[in-house]
Design a binder for this molecule. Structure first.
Ligand SMILES: [Fe+2]
Ligand SMILES: [Fe+2]
Length: 484
């Protein structure tokens, strides 16, 4: 996550965000109005309830508005990046609304059956733990308001309170039980686990020595966790589609080797594919080390060189013997090589893959020069050559994810050429790569720090030393005259 202070908002951004918050606040109020209408059965009945309970109605409106103001202030100060896109604001409110509708309607069957963890786990897989815990409190407050004004559970205040405490605690616990990674089936199994707090609540509140009276609340409490994860699993693809949400599930699916473009890469450009696998492994480790989402960094790395699919044979790693560049002018070679960044971004957009992948493809070489062809061209020219004619088009990495990929990409290629891959030699090569990119101002458009660059350097050195250390331990076998 990029630092909140680095995201600058002008009047336009502020206006857009406030409008989105206002619009969604009205939607929440409309839901409460509909719930009242369902309870009273007619427009007249609803109006007369509002008029005769004017103070309660006014309090509800005020509380919904203040909740939204609190939400806005929280995200403005803690995660401006998230609410920079208005669709994310709508996404968060829609999760709360979904939770309210589900809890209000299912609570009519039994108070313990409410999917109290739904909002927390859905926000978790769509965003992160911190946002999930915060949004769960927003959801719990709005549920409480709805319960009060609609006199849920036949006006039994005990159940209203139990429901509030269950939402707050079960939701928070589930954020740390469900990790949002792995398969969707694994998350479904988590449903049993997140039911445990609800079951314990049911036992405490309904405790009796006559066990048969406990069976129904216990079963409903068990159902609550299962219902939360079931609704989440069913609704998640809709969120992925409507809000282009990049969940960890989707990231895992997109880096599956059966994923269409990755499969094409492995068949048409096997050298690039092998390089990609190592870059992805390094990038994931670096992402983990500096607190970026490792799955996101890994997925972006998988697609960084996808543009090489256009002309796979033009890239060294896919060549066996003949080098087509020997017959081309250095200018033409440069154009072909540097185009793979833009071609990749184009292909990713054409296949409707996440925009962050296109950014990684476009930014992973920044504005670096392609020295080999610059030197080759210099040999044929007396005058001075413009280095920009032999450089990538850019842009430079705009965030830490793409800075990581830029470094890992170059390190993988460079370390492969190091003869004696001792820890010291690998570290020296990695250090040179990072320093060279710093000197060429490649990191001045993203918020990566010196400390993070140092962590990245150590992570790459340790990971690559480990990879090559493992390799040298294997004995060289000769099978049928070929080395195995
Ligand atoms: Fe590349
Ligand atoms: Fe690469």
């Amino acid at each position: 996550m990029s630092s909140n202070s680095t995201i600058k908002w002008g009047k336009k951004e502020l206006f857009k965000a406030i409008t989105a918050f206002l619009f969604n606040t009205f939607i929440i109020m409309a839901f409460i109005l509909v719930a009242l209408f369902i309870k009273h059965g007619s427009v007249g009945g609803t109006i007369s309830f509002i008029v005769s309970n004017f103070r309660l109605s006014l309090f509800t409106v005020f509380a919904v508005v203040v909740t939204s103001v609190g939400m806005f202030l929280y995200f403005y100060h803690q995660n401006k990046k998230l609410i920079s896109k208005t669709r994310n604001i709508t996404m968060l409110y829609s999760v709360v609304l979904l939770g309210l509708i589900a809890s209000y309607s299912i609570g009519k069957i039994n108070p313990y059956f409410r999917p109290v963890s739904l909002c927390a786990i859905l926000v978790l897989v769509l965003t992160d733990k911190r946002t999930a815990v915060f949004m769960n409190t927003v959801y719990a407050s709005l549920m409480l308001l709805t319960d009060i004004i609609c006199s849920s559970f036949g006006g039994q205040g005990n159940y209203v309170l139990v429901s509030l405490i269950m939402t707050l605690t079960c939701g928070t616990v589930s954020v740390f039980l469900v990790d949002g990674e792995g398969s969707r089936a694994k998350v479904l199994a988590m449903g049993f686990l997140i039911s445990i707090p609800a079951i314990l609540f049911a036992i405490c509140v309904e405790f009796t020595f006559e066990f048969r009276n406990l069976i129904a609340p216990l079963l409903f409490a068990l159902g609550s966790g299962l219902l939360s994860v079931s609704i989440m699993t069913v609704i998640l693809p809709v969120y992925e589609l409507l809000f282009s949400a990049l969940t960890n599930f989707r990231l895992t699916e997109l880096t599956d080797h059966k994923s269409k473009l990755i499969k094409e890469l492995s068949v048409s450009a096997p050298g690039t594919f092998s390089h990609t696998i190592i870059v992805a492994m390094l990038a994931e480790a670096c992402g983990n080390a500096i607190g970026e989402n490792p799955l996101l960094v890994r997925a972006c790395a998988y697609y960084h060189d996808i543009g090489k699919l256009k002309n796979p044979d033009m890239f060294t790693e896919n060549q066996s013997g003949k080098n087509p560049h020997d017959e081309l002018s250095p200018e033409l070679s440069t154009d072909i090589i540097r185009s793979h960044a833009k071609d990749g971004a184009e292909l990713i957009r054409k296949r409707r893959l996440p925009e962050v992948f296109a950014d990684a493809a476009e930014q992973h070489h920044g504005t670096l020069p392609i020295r080999y062809f610059y030197m080759k061209a210099s040999k044929f020219t007396d005058g001075k050559l413009g280095i920009e004619n032999f450089s990538y088009y850019g842009p430079k990495p705009q965030n830490k994810v793409n800075a990581i990929i830029m470094i890992c990409d170059a390190c993988e290629a460079k370390v492969r050429t190091v003869g004696n891959r001792t820890h010291e030699n690998v570290d020296k090569a990695v250090k040179e790569i990072i320093e060279e990119r710093m000197e060429l101002d490649q990191f001045n458009e993203c918020d990566i720090t010196f400390k993070e660059l140092d962590i990245i350097r150590n992570t790459i050195t340790n990971t690559l030393s480990g990879v090559y250390h493992e390799r040298v331990r294997y004995p060289k076998l000769k099978i049928g005259g070929r080395r195995g």
